[in-house]
Design a protein around this ligand. Sequence first.
Ligand code: FMN
Length: 221
Amino acid sequence: MELGTAVRERRSIRKFKPADVPPDLVREILNAARWSPSWGNTQPWEFYILTGPILAKIKEMNMEKPAAGVPPAPDVPMPESWPENMKARYNELGKTVFSALGIAREDKASRFQHYQNMVTFFGAPCLILACISRNNVVEYPMLDVGLISQTICLLAHDKGLGTCILAAAASYPDAIRTIASIPEDKRIIVGIALGYPDLDFPLNHIDRKRAEISEFVHWVE
Ligand SMILES: Cc1cc2nc3c(=O)[nH]c(=O)nc-3n(C[C@H](O)[C@H](O)[C@H](O)COP(=O)(O)O)c2cc1C
């Protein structure tokens, strides 16, 4: 696939078919993605590929915790506020998502169901969990994880797979570490849901917005 096409076409997939992703295909994607750049070529990323019964247990835990009122405690704190222009974009995404799902503003049960779908990775049969060591600083390794994550998403798209980068996947890192036997010194950054996209699902076709470059590019002469 032509690179520009992959960049333009990749989109977050929020419903997957149950079919498993062949492990060799995941390996091929990660093998290509390891050529992503990183600070001083430190390659701070580590990935845990979660599938099968362990993934099922994490999905269960992710549903139980919010239902029991346990507040999320991610290793990387979630932002609590945004500058106005970003808040507006975030709110607009929420409106677009709920309107595509036909969920009204006051329909709390359906909204909660969408959240449950999110924390069960929209039915993805595979979750790529991106981690960095606690012995490392957070800032630049986060950037490096971001770079390789986008590379993974683009390569996956090229292979006919869908992805959704999910901060929500890392809401309860302590429980994930226990279930998946991930060492305590791994800081869980984000999950990438991976699977074959269900292209009949309206949420996988929402109209995505981006600011024009005039809004965020500053030419300095
Ligand atoms: C760091 C990061 C965290 C994200 N977390 C979530 C999430 O928890 N739930 C979700 O539905 N989408 C999540 N997304 C997907 C974004 O909402 C999505 O990338 C954005 O709306 C742009 O849409 P697109 O990916 O379809 O182009 C996340 C994306 C990034 C980069």
